[in-house]
Ligand binder design. Structure first.
Ligand SMILES: [Fe+2]
Length: 205
């Protein structure tokens, strides 16, 4: 069908891939499509609800908070068939670079400190700052970057549905540069029963 040689995604990676994403381990030359067995992607509003609910479950994430001036820290807290949750630690200036989340919707809650989200759209970039207690949503297909712009460390909790499978990175003009496959590393909570118990909508029921 298409000519792979003409696709920007088919170029060899031009940058080292260390620390590009929480669990990136290798470079992909094409994005895998959805699998027939994939559950429905949860809406961003539901993911925001999960993120804010888990933000209140301090006993779950606080023992795992860490910050490293050399690279962002990450812990995969929860993994289910339909969503996963990552805890990230950011020191001053640490960022992701422009990227998307493949076919996944996302939401992220700032637990400590402050993060800046820069979204790349057809009309250029828009930026917003999220302080502790705020949540941002990222619909599938959005290209954005996140950075800790302050001298104070930041901690955030990120929810993806379905669990992240690929992340494609972009230059400042919105041109894709490479795609990573995201490895499904072990999570602290993998039991569906536990995950359901942690879901804030269950807590209110
Ligand atoms: Fe992101």
């Amino acid at each position: 069908m298409s000519t792979p040689a003409a696709s920007p995604l088919s170029r060899p990676a031009r940058l080292p891939i260390d620390d590009r994403s929480p669990a990136a381990r290798r470079v992909s030359l094409a994005r895998p499509g959805p699998r027939p067995t994939d559950p429905p992607v949860l809406p961003v509003g539901v993911l925001a609800d999960i993120a804010l609910g888990l933000a209140r479950a301090t006993e779950l994430w606080q023992p795992h908070v860490s910050h490293d001036p050399l690279s962002r820290t990450s812990v995969r807290l929860v993994a289910t068939e339909s969503y996963e949750v990552w805890l990230l630690g950011w020191t001053q200036g640490q960022r992701v670079e422009f990227h998307d989340h493949g076919g996944s919707n996302a939401a992220f809650a700032v637990l400590e400190g402050e993060l800046q989200e820069i979204t790349l759209g057809v009309a250029g970039t828009t930026s917003k700052r999220l302080t502790s207690g705020r949540v941002g949503t990222v619909a599938a297909g959005t290209v954005h970057d996140v950075i800790n712009p302050t001298a104070v460390v930041a901690t955030s909790l990120h929810v993806y549905s379905n669990p992240l499978r690929t992340m494609t990175y972009y230059d400042g003009q919105g041109r894709p540069t490479y795609t990573e496959l995201v490895e499904q590393v072990p999570a602290l909570v993998t039991s569906p029963t536990q995950a359901r118990a942690l879901h804030p909508s269950r807590a209110r029921a």
